[in-house]
Write a protein that binds this ligand. Structure first.
Ligand SMILES: Nc1ncnc2c1ncn2[C@@H]1O[C@H](COP(=O)(O)OP(=O)(O)OP(=O)(O)O)[C@@H](O)[C@H]1O
Ligand SMILES: [Mg+2]
Length: 527
């Protein structure tokens, strides 16, 4: 059963340094949307500080691109690590003009009044005034350049400044702003420098403030860490100086408007068709599931996919730190934790939410991310008639997932013997689904593992479905295959039968098998 191929070492290599060459300067002369501080236009010397060797790209910050996060669009391995300071030479004139126009604009209008207007009306207002200023000041600009300037100034005044074009792109998974000058984005699983910059850290801080104030919070030196959510659902984290040494640091996990489905994951090669069927059955027959994976490995996405198989008549309660799940069922209650206020009061933890859930007559409880003592309450819930509950957990393998659960329960101050905790885990969790971000940037489901029992003090796990990595092609893309491990009757077979799914389950498992030379199915790999 064990050990046909020792391949899984690569699963923990997800975050290997990913290198790219510096983009070549493109000849197009015009204006990447950038900005100046709306409150201190006189700061423009800072923006315009001379900089040698302007060799970065000059394309517009937000070229609309092909569909989101295509794992099959992975680019060849390339070299050159950090982005240098963003391009300036091309846009020196642009920034000059922009600062002039901007200064004239804020002399003309009252920005606070403007902010109270409907955004579309305000945008129109700004457009009219900016066009007038451009005409009065006799600025020489093409229509396209003027459009760009208008857009840019509107973004600064009404929106999130230089972030706007990145926020508008649907192919970006993460935006990572490391101070005013350096921004990275993740596109198609690869992290790359983005061609935007902020006027200075002051402007960046203003934008961070604007973002977090929408959820009633404040970020400054005295409370420099803050989580928030954008109106479109994107998850935001801000950490400001003095904690962030090189300037305000903003991390945005972009909300995907078109949520991924298991079928799309098959198309992206994240799972095989048989694996998809297996996962769909696991979701439908009310197995208790923990989705395990590293940062950004696709845990939340997978959880979302699995919830699609919940029956519409079930009452589902979701608990999250920042509401990311997009359940389609009609009967869903969404709960969100709350950080403490400035006086350190009013915090509502994940544990409080999960405990409270139990008094809300849930059929299923879904916990966005289990990272502390709420593990105990979730397992209790799984154990006490809330079959089909699910959660994600940060770990690199199903085995590690079990020990993380154990230590989270201990962290909660429960003085339980290890054996009792393990019994509890075995009695509650049916399946662990492992998600991994591979070193080529693709996300894969690398294992579907059952928690089958306790042998002595050791929790026994059984892989049902695994991903064998076989190498990589000339472009650095991972080559491999998903297969079932030859287990014909998983421990949840009876449960599947109860839901009339046993045939589909057996068919999927046997169709996913791969035989060795002697005709026997390949078993679990050595992990
Ligand atoms: N199988 C997949 N194929 C392509 N893109 C994916 C896949 N799974 C997830 N993604 C994309 O990867 C990004 C991260 O996914 P997700 O938020 O689900 O990860 P996560 O593991 O929950 O991250 P975190 O640890 O930060 O909570 C998202 O933009 C998502 O759309
Ligand atoms: Mg997540």
């Amino acid at each position: 059963m064990f050990g046909k191929r020792g391949v899984n070492k690569s699963f923990s290599e997800a975050s290997q340094p990913q290198e790219k060459p510096q983009p070549q300067a493109k000849p197009k002369p015009q204006a990447e949307p950038d900005s100046v501080r709306e409150d201190e236009p006189q700061q423009r010397e800072a923006v315009q500080a001379p900089k040698p060797a302007p060799d970065r790209d000059s394309e517009p910050a937000a070229p609309p691109q092909e569909p989101a996060a295509r794992m099959d669009d992975i680019q060849p391995k390339q070299a050159a690590p950090r982005p240098d300071k963003p391009a300036r030479a091309r846009s020196e004139d642009y920034y000059d003009v922009k600062t002039t126009v901007f200064t004239a604009l804020i002399d003309t209008i009252d920005l606070t009044q403007l902010a109270r207007l409907d955004p579309d009306v305000a945008r129109e207002e700004i457009r009219d005034i900016v066009s007038e200023i451009v005409a009065i000041k006799n600025v020489v600009m093409s229509i396209a350049e003027q459009e760009e300037l208008l857009e840019d100034i509107c973004n600064d005044v009404l929106g999130y400044g230089p972030l706007e074009p990145l926020l508008a792109r649907d192919d970006i998974a993460d935006i990572m702003v490391n101070g005013a000058e350096t921004t990275y984005i993740e596109v198609s699983g690869k992290v790359e420098p983005a061609s935007i910059r902020f006027a200075d850290n002051g402007q960046l801080m203003n934008i961070c403030q604007r973002i977090v104030s929408q959820v009633g919070r404040r970020v400054d030196e005295s409370s420099p860490i803050c989580d928030a959510r954008l109106p479109d659902g994107s998850r935001v984290n801000v950490i400001a100086p003095p904690l962030a040494i090189d300037g305000p640091t903003l991390t945005i996990r972009k909300f995907k408007r078109d949520r991924l489905t298991l079928d799309q994951l098959v198309r992206y090669g994240s799972i095989s068709p048989e694996g998809r069927t297996l996962l769909a059955i696991i979701g439908r027959v009310r197995c208790n599931v923990i989705i395990s994976g590293g940062t950004g490995s696709g845990k939340t996405t997978l959880l979302n996919c699995l919830t699609a198989y919940i029956e519409p008549d079930e009452r589902i309660i979701t608990c999250e730190d920042s509401a990311e799940l997009q359940l389609q069922q009609p009967h869903v209650v969404r709960l969100e934790t709350r950080p403490p206020n400035l006086e350190g009061e009013g915090e509502v933890t994940m544990r409080d939410l999960v405990k409270n859930c139990l008094r809300m007559r849930p059929d299923r409880i879904i916990v966005g991310e289990v990272r502390g003592p709420e593990a105990f309450d979730l397992l209790q819930a799984m154990n006490t008639g809330h079959d089909g509950s699910m959660g994600t957990l940060h770990s690199n393998s199903p085995r590690e997932c079990i020990s993380r659960l154990e230590s989270m329960i201990l962290m909660g101050g429960y003085n339980l013997p290890a054996h009792t905790i393990r019994e509890m885990i075995v009695g509650s969790v049916d399946v662990i689904v492992q998600a991994s971000r591979m070193r080529d940037g693709s996300r894969k489901i690398t294992r579907v593992t059952e928690v089958v029992g306790l042998e002595g003090d050791v929790v026994t796990l059984q892989d049902l479905f695994v991903y064998d990595m076989e190498g990589e092609d000339a472009n650095g893309r991972i080559i491999g295959r998903h297969r079932s491990t030859g287990i014909a009757r998983p421990a949840f077979y009876e449960r599947a039968r109860y839901f009339n799914e046993e045939k589909r389950l057996s068919d999927a498992l046997s169709a996913g098998e791969v035989q060795d030379e002697s005709g026997r199915p390949l078993g679990e790999y050595v992990g």
